[in-house]
Design a protein around this ligand. Structure first.
Ligand code: DGY
Length: 325
């Protein structure tokens, strides 16, 4: 452990889970932004000047301007997220700044939330809760509040990395008839899960449930567009727990409004937070969550510790437990 003590680390918000913050405080000079909210850009630019490590989250854009502001002493940027679309990876690499992230430790939490959102959307839980609370529940009724079940359904998972596979494993327990996946490369793990690789179009056309677990990259940006929604079944349910940027949101709104698809469950939107006047909030067939995929208490605590250990590894010259290669 050694010499991290001479290093300065900036943490971008005041409410990062304690464990990781304490780990850093033991070895480094730590400066923490004062508020439990995303730090304004101008304050961020000022605060990183001269630091050696930045502990950030997905709400901070780490780009050339920010790296310039930090200066040549910056050795590592560690994000408390598995997604890193907010970080200019090429720019960091060019400057020799290492990047830490938090794969694996949030896989179960995110897969659990994906299933919760899928079932909330298909079985209309927010609507049903509202009816129960507001007098709409006049009697048991044979066709009221019905929605499609998962048993016997075909489920398509787009993006078959750690989270996509964890979702597929859980979905299978609901006695689905088939699991299809679309991914850049064939995934050997699919065999054991019993998932079949198909083209994006085939997945869209055949699936009763389409779940987006794909990381946001130039290839996946707005891959769920008008043409994609038009290929889906009119009875299909779309779920997104990856990034809002994977969806052309205007096209989704239109598809939900005119019945091109049945419903959508979104944990991620563009922008975030979603403005209260967004048409998505007016749609009964859209369930929206405030980006809480990894928000299991245990997952967030482990993510924070991993973020800190990534920073300490980079500063001490030892192995970072989760370095983005
Ligand atoms: C991630 O880690 O990228 C999630 O979206 C937030 O936990």
């Amino acid at each position: 452990m050694a010499n991290a003590g001479k290093y300065k680390v900036f943490i971008t918000r005041s409410d990062m889970p304690e464990g990781g913050v304490e780990l850093l405080k033991k070895q480094c000079e730590v400066n923490i932004w004062k508020a439990p909210l995303p730090i304004p850009r101008t304050d961020l630019i000022k605060s990183v000047s001269g630091v050696n490590g930045i502990y950030c989250s997905l709400t901070e854009k780490i780009d050339a301007e920010l790296l310039d502001a930090a200066g040549p002493g910056l050795k590592v940027v560690a994000t408390i997220s598995v997604g890193y679309d907010h970080i200019d990876v090429a720019e960091c690499k060019k400057r020799g700044v290492k990047i830490g992230y938090t794969p694996d430790v949030l896989t179960d939490a995110t897969a659990e939330l994906t299933l919760a959102l899928l079932l909330s959307t298909s079985r209309r839980l927010p609507e049903a809760i509202h009816e129960a609370r507001t007098g709409g529940w006049v009697s048991w009724a044979p066709t009221w509040m019905t929605g499609p079940g998962l048993a016997g359904a075909i489920v398509g998972v787009v993006g078959f990395g750690r989270i996509g596979q964890a979702v597929a494993k859980r979905v299978k327990a609901f006695n689905t008839s088939q699991i299809l996946y679309f991914n850049r490369s064939e995934r050997p793990e699919a065999k054991e899960i019993g998932a079949v690789k198909v083209s994006f179009d085939e997945l869209l056309m055949k699936s009763d449930f389409v779940i987006c677990c794909a990381a946001l990259t130039p290839d996946t940006k707005e891959m769920f567009n008008k043409s994609a929604f038009e290929k889906m079944k009119r009875t299909a349910i779309f779920v997104n727990t990856s990034r809002g940027g994977a969806v052309d949101q205007e096209a989704l709104i239109e598809a939900l409004q005119n019945g091109t698809i049945r419903a959508a469950g979104l944990d991620v939107t563009t922008p975030e937070p979603l403005p209260l006047d967004s048409p998505l909030f007016k749609l009964k067939n859209c369930v929206i969550l405030p980006h809480i995929g990894s928000a299991a208490i245990e997952a967030r605590a482990t993510m924070s510790e991993l973020t800190a250990n990534n920073i300490l590894g980079a500063l001490n010259g030892t192995k970072m437990p989760a370095e983005l290669q």
